[in-house]
Write a protein of this length. Structure first.
Ligand SMILES: Cc1cc2nc3c(=O)[nH]c(=O)nc-3n(C[C@H](O)[C@H](O)[C@H](O)COP(=O)(O)OP(=O)(O)OC[C@H]3O[C@@H](n4cnc5c(N)ncnc54)[C@H](O)[C@@H]3O)c2cc1C
Length: 460
């Protein structure tokens, strides 16, 4: 029997790990398809962006963790469950048709993007390690450009950072990057009298809607004390031309726009032909089996995590899209899949939310724990770090992260902007150009100029 796992995030990786352990020696094959050969530990993305943790340390090589699973690096493009066949686009850019007997759907979610003019051209999301690294480089290159420009308006735009979405991803990312910029500015004598502007735009009446109102107010007050301009009950109406137009009437220029307004299920869910709910999530029962239109379990189809509407045993509503749920669902799903193969009874998914931990940058955080326990300040921050360090897969990664934190305590922050990582061939291409004067005028390339705002190259 072949089990195809689509997605190598929390659900995919943990389900495959459990399956390979429980099916050891049985002759069944587990195949996991993921676009990268690593799992990314998203709760540490804000710290990877701020440089507290080396970005490579927040991802875990799947081949190191999954010793008996066949890993295919690529994307599942289409699923024909009736024929038990999946079409995969591999890294070799060749289509691969794979027959399977059981399917585990776990492609997660993507940023929920709204039709705001200028958004698609200007904004960056905050869901992947590539986005975290890019954002760090962009923010640091803005400081370099601001130090060089003589135009005060351009400088103001370069040093205005707008985050849209005040959930935990937006708040944590903003808090970490604000810390980074504050520390970095000490190395910029040219900018000693300027203050970067941080604007957090949230459509709801409070930040961190997942948390108790008192903790959310504490987080908002802390950000405001650091100079963050928090705009509640406000929307971004347009970002065209780098001009931010807010629903409260404010209009200002900003070169950096980060969009963190939540997630929607991965588009693959719509291509499976399985029924989805009003939010596009695949409907499952409490055993993690995919349901058909009549509410009956579809044989051989399983789903969990951000892409699925798994009923929460406590509230009856779908579980929230969090790693803590995804991880437990993955284990329950794998156990039930094995039980189905072995003809044993299935067990219900039961999990009581362990609470919420939010880091607000160095030494500050908020925590909401079971039993109505509320913690704010240093101990909440410490708990956030300790919990996620303990949850980080593999001892190897845990040790590396602990060492990264120790190094950041002992030495100043690293403020190198490695923007050139996004253009690795540029130096070689320039070197390959013939020296001026050796080509006729008609074949000479226009000179390259640097756009300081984006640190990209532009040809006039
Ligand atoms: C910045 C940030 C911070 C967070 N912090 C927390 C936190 O503190 N606590 C918490 O509980 N949760 C947190 N979360 C949420 C948590 O990370 C997600 O709920 C969790 O990752 C969901 O697991 P998943 O397996 O469903 O999806 P993912 O972990 O996203 O995995 C999906 C995988 O499927 C792959 N994939 C996509 N398309 C395809 C395809 N076509 N074929 C094959 N594979 C595909 C993706 O590349 C990815 O590897 C955070 C999320 C973010 C973005």
């Amino acid at each position: 029997m072949r089990i195809l796992v689509s997605g190598g995030g929390f659900v995919g990786a943990y389900a495959a790990l459990r399956l390979e352990r429980r099916l050891r020696g049985s002759g069944h094959e587990v195949v996991l398809v993921n676009p990268e050969n690593y799992l990314q530990y998203q709760p540490f993305l804000p710290e990877a962006a701020s440089g507290n943790i080396e970005p490579r340390h927040v991802v875990v090589p799947l081949r190191e963790v999954l010793r008996r699973t066949r890993l295919v690096v690529g994307e599942v493009e289409a699923i024909d469950h009736g024929a038990r066949r999946a079409r995969i686009r591999t890294l070799a850019d060749e289509p691969l048709d794979l027959q399977y007997d059981a399917l585990v759907l776990a492609p997660g979610s993507v940023s929920r993007v709204l039709p705001v003019p200028g958004l698609a051209d200007r904004a960056i999301g905050f869901k992947t390690i590539a986005e975290a690294i890019h954002l760090r480089n962009v923010v640091l290159s803005r400081l370099e450009a601001a130090a060089d420009t003589t135009d005060p308006e351009h400088r103001r735009a370069l040093l205005t950072f707008v985050f849209v979405g005040g959930g935990y991803a937006g708040v944590e990312a903003l808090a970490e990057l604000e810390d980074l910029v504050r520390a970095a500015l000490r190395r910029y004598p040219e900018l000693h009298d300027v203050h970067p502007r941080w604007v957090l735009v949230e459509a709801a009446a409070s930040l961190l809607p997942e948390l108790d109102a008192g903790l959310a107010r504490y987080a908002q007050a802390l950000l405001a004390r650091r100079g963050v301009d928090v705009r509640l009950e406000t929307r971004l109406d347009s970002a065209e031309g780098g001009v931010m137009r807010l629903s409260d009437g404010d209009v200002f220029a900003a070169e950096t726009l980060v969009w963190t307004t939540g997630v929607r299920p991965h588009p693959l869910t719509a291509q499976t032909g399985f029924p989805v709910d009003d939010q596009g999530r695949i409907a499952t029962d409490e055993y993690l089996r995919v349901l058909d239109e009549a509410g009956e379990a579809i044989p051989g189809a399983w789903a969990a995590g951000d892409c699925a509407a798994v009923p929460d045993p406590v509230t009856g509503r779908p579980c929230p899209p969090t790693a803590q749920h995804a991880l437990r669902q993955a284990r329950c799903l794998a156990d039930n899949l094995v039980a189905t193969i072995e003809g044993r009874p299935l067990r219900r998914f039961r999990y009581r939310n362990r609470g919420q931990l939010v880091s607000l940058g160095r030494y500050r955080g908020v925590a909401q724990l079971p039993g109505r326990i509320r913690i704010r300040g240093f101990w909440a921050w410490w708990l956030h770090r300790t919990y996620h360090l303990a949850m980080m897969p593999t001892l190897n990664r845990r040790v590396r992260i602990a060492l990264d934190w120790t190094v950041t305590l002992l030495f100043p922050r690293d403020i190198t902007a490695l923007g050139s990582l996004q253009r690795p061939r540029e130096a070689f291409e320039r070197a390959a150009e013939p020296p001026p004067g050796t080509l006729p005028e008609s074949r000479r390339r226009a000179p390259v100029t640097r756009d300081p705002g984006t640190a990209r190259l532009a040809r006039p």
